[in-house]
Ligand binder design. Sequence first.
Ligand code: ZN
Length: 162
Amino acid sequence: MITKGKVVSLAYRLTNDQGEELDRSDKADPFSYLHGSNQIIPGLESAVEKMNIGDKKQVTVSAKEGYGEHDPKLKFSLDRSNFPKDAELEVGMQFEANLSDEEDDGRVFTIEAIKGDKVDVNGNHPLSGMTLHFDVELLSVRDATKDEIQHNHAHGENGHDH
Ligand code: ZN
């Protein structure tokens, strides 16, 4: 049982319903995260929680337990004047914004189109609305360092890398 405050290292391969690979992290370059700090999607975290070092598992995660359902309200147009005057906007560019003053969720929006004075943005995660299939191998578990607990995320093998 993996508990909050452990740093977990995984190798994984992520595919969609069609079996297409979306992402992977190999044993040679594992993915590490701080357990219990919302660093990874809930469906994967709760599955990994029950694994032992060396275990391999196939985990299917619904959109709800993954990156959320696709929300049409998160796709909208903004006036160019909402962006800094000197910002060079281009399609594919990403920026962080909060939908309201109360909601400090730091949602990431992607610019999907620029039509004259209008900028079409989309705040859905690219993997929202998708069932995700993970092939996971649990490589290691260790206690988090003080820095990691303070920052609420795992640091790489070479210490602080951000
Ligand atoms: Zn840090």
